[in-house]
Design a protein around this ligand. Structure first.
Ligand code: ADP
Ligand code: MG
Length: 258
């Protein structure tokens, strides 16, 4: 049995209109996001990845096309969205704790059971002793964990990650991206990760969707199955026997696009 799709985008088009004219960014783009899967979307810089994510988030309205919602509970309610951006966006004048409860505070959702979940995550993610620190006192990886807790505190159904690791240097990025994605996997949430890093996409995702250059359409989608023997370390996926083959195939798809 195939997993049902949470969202289906059909023939989505989008253009930006500025004083200098019209930029068509998405052209009849179709894709589906299945419940519980971890999808990575890759594509050349400027092709429309962030625009696509904003459309999935409901922040931008497509000028053409439809989005079909298929909630597991049968309702037509749009899934609750969690958004993580390139920078962790923690506020320096607030403690780590005040940062991770910020979303709940803004949404007037500071209930005892939600705060209990936050405490549980702080302790599960190794931040319990850093609650009263300022963000600048944390390592890059800890900041990303704090940003993740803040996002998960709102109990989103669909997590959207827009190049969340690209501000980190390469080695930090390898371990932080792996760490954060392992934590996210344990929650069983549906995830869409935008990245321009093909290796990262293959290492982290169940499925990789490749977009062509602007105006973007889907060039191909590849299911990823890596043999890692249950090892979840940062390099295990990259050392899997299938890794290079996937990388070659994605590279073939994308190299004509830049
Ligand atoms: P990506 O995330 O793949 O790098 P974006 O979705 O951010 O691409 O942008 C796609 C294209 O749309 C780019 O050419 C960008 O310059 C243009 N663009 C993005 N945001 C705006 C905006 N608010 N107004 C006008 N043009 C925009
Ligand atoms: Mg972008």
């Amino acid at each position: 049995m195939t997993t049902p799709s949470l969202l289906k985008l059909r023939n989505i088009s989008y253009s930006y209109h500025t004083l200098h004219g019209e930029t068509k960014v998405l052209d009849a783009l179709s894709l589906e996001i299945r419940e519980g899967e971890f999808v990575a979307i890759v594509g050349p810089s400027g092709c429309g990845k962030s625009t696509l994510l904003s459309i999935i988030a409901g922040l931008l309205k497509p000028e053409d096309g439809t989005i079909v919602v298929n909630n597991p509970d049968g309702s037509l309610r749009y899934p609750r969205i969690g958004y993580m951006l390139q920078r962790d966006h923690l506020f320096e004048w607030r403690s780590v704790y005040q940062n991770v409860i910020l979303g709940l505070e803004i949404q007037h959702m500071l209930t005892p059971d939600r705060l209990e979940k936050v405490d549980q995550m702080l302790s599960d993610y190794g931040l319990a002793n850093f609650k009263e620190k300022r963000p600048s006192e944390l390592s890059g990886g800890m900041k990303q964990r704090a940003a993740l807790i803040r996002t998960l505190a709102l109990d989103p159904q669909l997590l959207l990650l827009d190049e969340p690791f690209s501000a980190l240097d390469y080695q930090t990025r390898l371990s932080v991206s792996n760490d954060i994605c392992n934590l996210i996997r344990r929650t069983g949430k549906t995830v869409v990760l935008i990245t321009h890093d093909l290796s990262e996409a293959i290492a982290l995702a169940d499925r990789v969707i490749v977009l062509g250059k602007r105006p973007a359409t889907v060039k191909c989608a590849l299911d990823i199955h890596l043999t890692t023997g249950g090892d979840t370390s940062a390099l295990s996926a990259r050392n899997a026997p299938e890794f290079q083959e996937y990388l070659n195939r994605l590279w073939e798809e994308i190299r004509h696009e830049t």
